[in-house]
Design a binder for this molecule. Structure first.
Ligand SMILES: [Zn+2]
Length: 264
């Protein structure tokens, strides 16, 4: 199993980070440790340098990224041999209504698209309620693009899939969201990746409703999400598509290895 988007360096994991990383070494084939701001990126580089199955990306969240865009770009260039992607980066219209601010997001994002092309790294795209504009901006990019935690309109999916190296990433929220279950049915396994967006999107409520809380790994706060929980998404997607869970895991992992160039 490969989780392509886990914020292991998010502040919520300050206490448990090392034990989560150790557990990932046991349970996962790989985890892409994403970053959304400078200090998270620095932490991701450090954490991944000490754990064989963890791989960092460097990015800038369109709303919560802070003010250090230039420094983040420098860091990505300096550490280009270690990072496996640029992200998360993109557009967020969910929280930002102001047109001038949206234009600013686009400017910053276009800088990161150029950076990904320069470094020949895939883009991990954040595009909450901004899917159409984000797609317009990446459609001519000559690097692979992963639409991270995609929750956008299903009408956009065929257009995305026309691009051979574009992938749609389904989060553990598929367990709780009807819209995501529809999307998961629509996206072929050949073009899908799995992710948690940990520590967010915990499957706890779903497991509670199913009376299956006991299946969550003991010793870890159940209200948070962890990379190994993509097992539950894989089971749900297998059920939706009428295929084996092993098949979902094998295909989504192969996609992740290909996009991020993982030698594992
Ligand atoms: Zn994220």
């Amino acid at each position: 199993m490969i989780d392509i988007h886990a914020h292991l360096c998010f502040r919520d994991f300050a206490e448990s980070r090392e034990s989560i990383a150790d557990e990932c070494e046991k349970e996962m084939q790989a985890v892409i440790v994403t970053s959304a701001r400078l200090e998270e990126g620095i932490c991701a580089l450090d954490l991944c340098s000490r754990h064989e199955k963890l791989f960092p990306t460097i990015g800038f969240h369109p709303v919560e990224g802070g003010t250090e865009v230039r420094r983040i770009m420098e860091l990505a260039r300096e550490r280009q041999d270690e990072i496996v992607g640029i992200g998360e980066v993109g557009l967020d219209y969910h929280w930002v209504r102001d047109e001038a601010k949206r234009r600013q997001q686009k400017e910053v994002f276009s800088g990161f698209i150029e950076l990904a092309e320069e470094l020949k790294k895939p883009l991990v795209l954040h595009c909450w309620d901004a899917e159409e504009d984000a797609f317009e901006m990446v459609r001519n990019a000559n690097v692979p693009v992963i639409f991270h935690s995609y929750t956008g309109p299903k009408e956009l999916v065929p257009g995305i899939l026309e691009h051979d190296n574009f992938y749609i990433s389904i989060s553990t929220h598929v367990l709780l969201s009807k819209h995501l279950r529809k999307l998961a049915k629509l996206v072929p396994l050949e073009r899908m990746t799995l992710e948690t967006d940990a520590p967010f999107l915990s499957p706890y409520k779903y497991m509670q409703a199913k009376g299956a809380v006991g299946k969550l790994k003991p010793g870890f706060d159940p209200e948070k999400n962890y990379p190994w929980n993509i097992q539950f998404s894989a089971e749900k997607i297998a059920e939706l598509k009428g295929v084996d869970t092993a098949d979902v895991i094998a295909k989504t992992s192969a996609n992740a290895r290909l996009v991020f160039g993982l030698r594992i």
